[in-house]
Each structure stands twice: as C-alpha cells, then as structure tokens.
Design a protein around this ligand. Sequence first.
Ligand SMILES: NC(=O)c1ccc[n+]([C@@H]2O[C@H](COP(=O)([O-])OP(=O)(O)OC[C@H]3O[C@@H](n4cnc5c(N)ncnc54)[C@H](OP(=O)(O)O)[C@@H]3O)[C@@H](O)[C@H]2O)c1
Length: 260
Amino acid sequence: MRVLVTGAGGRLGRVVVPRLREEGWTVRATSRHARDEPTVEWVTVDLATGEGLRPAVAGVDAVLHLASTPKGRQTHRVDVLGTRRLVVAAGEAGVRHLVYVSIVGVDRVPIPYYRHKRDAEQVVAAGEVPWTVLRATQFGGFLDEALRAASRLGPVIGDPAVVAQPVDPRDVAERLVQRLTAGPLRRIEEYGGPQVLRFDEAVRAWNAARGTRRPLLPVRVPGRLGRELRAGGLVTGATPRGIRTWSEYLSDTYGGTAGK
Ligand SMILES: NC(=O)c1ccc[n+]([C@@H]2O[C@H](COP(=O)([O-])OP(=O)(O)OC[C@H]3O[C@@H](n4cnc5c(N)ncnc54)[C@H](OP(=O)(O)O)[C@@H]3O)[C@@H](O)[C@H]2O)c1
C-alpha cells in the first residue's frame, strides 16, 4: 500500500513517516523543497499553487494530509484552498482514503487559524474521497515553543486557568497509522494526551525541567476566547488517549538538567 504524506518534514511528519514504513507502507512524502532520502520518495508540492499535486497523488492508495501554514497571510490559501486542490486531485486519481489532521477545539475556540482548519475539515468531508479527520490536542513541542515565546521578556506571561492536554506526536503517529490501516471512518475522531493541565501547572513543570525560575505573570485572556480556553475548549474526553506525559516530554527534551 502506498501513502502520500503531505508536510512530511514537519513535527508530526518526521515521526509518522518512519512508523508508516515500519508498518509496511510505501511512503511518498511532500515538501515545497527538493529533498533526497533513500527510504522515502520525496516529491515537491506547493499547496498554495497546486504545483506538483497531480503526479504526487498518482498511484497512491491513501493520503495523510499534514501540511499547514498556521502563520502569515497564506493560511486560507494553503489550508483551505490547498486542501480543496488536494481533495479534488486525490478524487481524480482514485485515492481510497484521505486522513486529515486537525486540532481539538477548532469548532469552539475563536482563533483565526482554527477557523481555517474547520473550513478545511469541511472541504475534506464534502469531497469525494472517503475520509477520516483526526483532531489532536497540542503537541508537547508546540507547548514548549509557546512557553518560550510567552517568556521572551522574562516572566511567563499567560492565563493560569487556561487548560491544555499536551500529546506526544509519537502517540498521534501511532493513532494515525491505526486509522490509515483501518480505512475511512467518515467522521471526526478526537485524540488527546493523557493529562489535562492548567497553564500554571504546565509552567511549573517546565521551569523545574529546565532549571529555571521564570515567574508566571498572570494575564487573563479576555472575552470569548478566554472563556473557551479556561472552560477546556482545547481538551477532549475522547478515548483512547496518548500515553506519554508532559513530564516525559520535558525530561526527554531537557533531561532535568539545570540551566538549559
Ligand atoms: N503542532 C501542534 O501542536 C498540532 C496539534 C494538533 C494538530 N496539528 C496539526 O497537525 C498537522 C501537522 O502539524 P505540525 O506541527 O507537524 O506542522 P509543521 O511542523 O508546521 O509542518 C507543516 C508542514 O507543512 C508544509 N507546508 C507549509 N506550507 C505548505 C505549502 N504551501 N504547500 C505544501 N506544504 C506546505 C511544510 O513543509 P515544507 O516546508 O517541507 O514544504 C511543513 O513542514 C497540521 O495540520 C497541524 O494543524 C498540530
């Protein structure tokens, strides 16, 4: 079985591609830049223009769609129109299953990027290729980057009561392999990490692992966005869940060594 993985060089793609290969899938991987690797067939695709898409979907059984542009002005063009281009090309090529990775909360939390992800989910569901949407919670590495960004001025600036459910991309990759193997669900499945954490708890563990003492400067996120984030808009009660915790991510990444 051959699967096309879009955005295969990203955080999740780097983890899921080797797992797919271990499970016996032949992987064709997309990037906007030419890449070379003996075990994976890299093809160049730009979803903003559709360049490279037709040959990329030719002869594949399934598509795992991970490519996304969360920042900048291209999000609608890449995530929504690009997903439509991909769905149409995959339909014309006779692809039998398209798995789209979305985010828990895209239907609740008013973040502009999430609106585009929700629109892309609807494009997938309306397309002719049998589909599955897996909505994952935030990856540990993403939360780590968010905390670094929030502490650029010294203290960690954030709303202590916001709750998150970090998940390890390896666990998400495992679920995606299962979903690809099982065939189209034709519905949305949610998948989260093993623990729900308040922002202040996440910051405490982060400081401890890095040997830092960045104080939390509490700033309440206003309006509906804040209400949704505090009420658990980013978390899911769905099972199964991932098994690797935020603490494990931190010790894998920082090894508990002070001063990093
Ligand atoms: N990060 C999280 O915490 C999280 C949580 C839940 C769900 N998700 C979803 O999971 C998916 C993968 O996330 P990720 O964190 O692995 O993303 P990522 O690291 O940002 O990787 C996304 C990839 O998309 C590709 N891309 C960007 N613009 C493109 C374009 N115009 N045409 C084709 N490819 C393009 C890039 O590949 P090249 O630069 O090689 O072209 C990039 O490597 C995304 O759909 C995201 O919304 C992420």
